[in-house]
Write a protein that binds this ligand. Structure first.
Ligand code: ZN
Ligand code: ZN
Length: 359
C-alpha cells in the first residue's frame, strides 16, 4: 500500500470507528494499491489490506498490487460480505461516491443485518489531493506531451480545416509521443461555437477572423494533462481581442495570487471579480478550475462554492473563460502544482495572444 494513503485510511478507520473500509472506485484503488484493471474491491482493516478481483485480473493483480493479500471472487458482493462476516467485521465504511444505489442495496440485503454499512464521502475527498514526487513526475510528463503535440499540429491549424481534423491530429500526435489515452473528448470550438464552453470538435470548417479554443489532454502512468489555448486565425474584431485580453489577465491574476492557506473560493474570486469588473461576469458561468490527478476532474473544485483551503502539493487548473452567444468565446487553461511560495506551472504552451496568419 502507498504509505501516505495507508496512513490516511488508518486515521479514518479510527476517527470514524470503522472495522473496515471498502473501496470500489478505481482511481483510489489504483492510488492506494497500484491496481490498474477495471474491476476490483479494496478492503482495508487496522491489521491488513486485501484486494479482491475477478479471474481475468488475478495474475495482473498478483504482479501489481501491494496489499497483504490478493483474492479472486466469483460473485463480487456475496464474496465481499462473506469475507467481512468471516472476519467478524461489523462496522464497515465504503466509498459512497463510487457505489451505485443498487449495489448498496445488494450488499445490505446479502449482509442480512449483520453489518452496519457506513457511507464515507467527504471524509475521503482529500485522500489524493496533495501529490507526491512520482505523481508530479507523471503529471509533468503528460503536460510536456501536450506541448510537443501542440507544436506539431500548430502548422495544420488554418482556414478550411475542420475542427474534428485538428482534434484527430492532436490525438494522433499525443498517442505517438507516448500518451495512453485522451483525457476527454477534445474541444475545438471556432467562431461562434467558441461560446460553447464544452464545444466538442465538430465538422465545422475553421475560417479567417475567428478565435479557436482548443482544450485537450492525455494520460501518462495514469495521470492526466489538461490545458486550453485560444488562438486567432488572422485578424479578429476588436470585441474578440478585448475578451481575450480580459481572460488572459484574469488567468494571470489568479495564478499570481495562489498561496497555500488561502481559501479556494478566494482564488476563484480573484479571476471572477476581475472579469465582473470588466462587465463580463454573466459570461463566465463555470468554476475557475479543478483538481487533476488520476482523474481529469477531481477534488478540489475551484469554484465560488468551495469550502476548503489551497494546500501545498495540490494540482489544480486555472481556466477562466468568457463566452458570448452568437459571437465567440475565449478560455485559457493551465495546470499547476501549488508550492510553498505559490505555484509551479506543469503545462507550458505559451498563452499570450497568438495570431496565425495565412501562408
Ligand atoms: Zn481543459
Ligand atoms: Zn480543465
Amino acid at each position: 500500500m502507498n504509505p501516505r494513503g495507508e496512513q490516511y485510511v488508518q486515521d479514518l478507520l479510527k476517527t470514524e470507528g470503522l472495522d473496515a473500509l471498502l473501496f470500489f472506485g478505481l482511481p483510489s484503488i489504483r492510488y492506494l494499491c497500484g491496481f490498474t484493471g477495471s474491476d476490483g474491491v479494496l478492503m482495508v482493516t487496522e491489521k491488513e489490506s486485501i484486494f479482491l478481483t475477478d479471474s481475468r485480473y488475478q495474475r495482473q493483480a498478483e504482479d501489481q498490487v501491494s496489499t497483504n493479500k490478493v483474492k479472486c471472487y466469483k460473485n463480487k458482493f456475496s464474496d465481499v460480505v462473506d469475507k467481512l462476516c468471516g472476519k467478524m467485521l461489523n462496522r464497515v465504511g465504503f466509498d459512497a461516491d463510487h457505489l451505485t444505489v443498487s449495489a448498496y442495496e445488494e450488499l445490505s440485503s446479502l449482509s442480512n443485518g449483520k453489518i452496519c454499512w457506513c457511507p464515507i464521502s467527504s471524509q475521503l475527498r482529500s485522500l489524493r489531493a496533495s501529490k507526491d514526487t512520482p505523481e508530479l513526475a507523471a503529471l509533468k510528463k503528460a503536460a510536456a506531451l501536450n506541448r510537443a503535440a501542440f507544436e506539431e499540429v500548430l502548422p495544420q491549424i488554418k482556414p478550411d480545416v475542420t475542427e474534428r481534423a485538428i482534434a484527430l491530429e492532436l490525438e494522433f500526435a499525443l498517442k505517438r509521443l507516448g500518451g495512453e489515452c485522451n483525457a476527454f473528448d477534445f474541444i475545438v470550438a471556432s467562431g461562434d461555437r467558441g461560446a460553447l464552453p464544452h464545444g466538442v470538435a465538430s465538422e465545422k470548417l475553421l475560417k479567417n477572423g475567428e478565435l479557436v479554443t482548443i482544450d485537450f489532454g492525455t494520460r501518462v502512468d495514469g495521470y492526466y494533462s489538461d490545458e486550453t489555448v485560444t488562438l486567432a486565425l488572422g485578424p479578429v474584431d476588436g470585441k474578440l481581442r478585448q475578451i481575450f485580453d480580459i481572460v488572459l489577465k484574469a488567468h494571470d491574476l489568479a495564478l499570481a495570487s495562489i498561496k497555500p492557506g488561502m481559501e479556494i473560493r478566494q482564488l476563484d474570486a480573484v479571476a471572477r471579480d476581475y472579469i465582473t469588473a470588466q462587465g463580463y461576469g454573466d459570461y463566465f458561468g463555470h468554476g475557475l478550475g479543478h483538481g487533476v490527478g488520476l482523474e481529469v476532474h477531481e477534488y478540489p473544485a475551484v469554484s465560488p462554492r468551495a469550502d476548503a483551503l489551497v494546500e501545498e502539493g495540490m494540482v489544480i487548473t486555472i481556466e477562466p473563460g468568457i463566452y458570448l452567444p452568437g459571437t465567440g468565446g475565449v478560455r485559457i487553461e493551465d495546470t499547476v502544482v501549488v508550492t510553498a511560495e505559490g505555484y509551479e506551472a506543469l503545462t507550458s504552451i505559451p498563452k499570450q495572444f497568438y495570431q496565425i496568419d495565412p501562408a
